[in-house]
Design a protein around this ligand. Sequence first.
Ligand SMILES: O=C(O)C1=N[C@H](C(=O)O)C[C@H](O)C1
Length: 289
Amino acid sequence: MLTEPEIKGIWIPLITPLNLDDEVDHASFERFIQRLPLFDIQGLVLNGTTGESPTIAIHEIVNILETVRKSIGSAPLPLMIGTGTNDTAGTIRRTEQAGLLGADAALVVVPYYSRPSQAGIIEHYRKVAEVGVPIMVYDIPGRTGVSLTVDTLRTLFEIDGIVGLKDSTGSTEMTSKLVSYDAKPILCGEDILFLDALRSGASGGMAASANVLAKEFAGIYNLFKSGEHDAAKADFTELIPLINLLFKESNPAPLKWLLAQKGWISSDRLRLPMLGISEQLQQELSFYV
Ligand SMILES: O=C(O)C1=N[C@H](C(=O)O)C[C@H](O)C1
């Protein structure tokens, strides 16, 4: 079970490789994970946004977890599974299943689309936390359509079983405000803000770009932690053009295209309604293949 001190460093929200029949490509997945610098990172996330959680069925997660476990071998990596939906009962069921499968934590996105009140969101998390699996709150208003207030997050942090926050709010303002209180650990969930978030008090990052830049993100994190801030800035500045391209169209389409071109996965296939990237972006990204 994940503890708060483990919420730091670099967490990789894994892509889910698919084959041309739109099935999870376990062989490609295994090869991909084996090339990640597993000893430089802190943890892995399955079925996050980058793992295409909206189109991954609950029964597929069982096999995905098996593949990830097999691929990491003896690397001592905590595994977090995305279980959040916009339905409290459904989120509880998925979180229970993640717990039964032995997940160390669940990544639970703010309930999207129905635009619940702050009180409704708090009750949602209170019920999900009762399952007993450590819960990471995932706040990403650009995707969910609802913003959490500082007071809501402070209330959530008081709930037993809520262990931290993934801040994808699009600025470092929320992180800065929360760390001025007695906040739980916060991971930056907005890749381009990674270094600014560390400066604001985040304890690490959950970065889709780390699927292709794991060593670089881990290096920047280590430099920052050891006080070498200018070197961290210089290294991060070099990554900015690629990070911007990886988010120029909806994640994880650009990332999958790049990984497929590099030969790290067999195909850039995504499940509908997601489509592959435009020719224009392919041209821009081809520089990084
Ligand atoms: O899957 C994730 O976790 C992430 N998803 C965000 C998104 O796609 O909006 C980006 C972040 O890098 C991590």
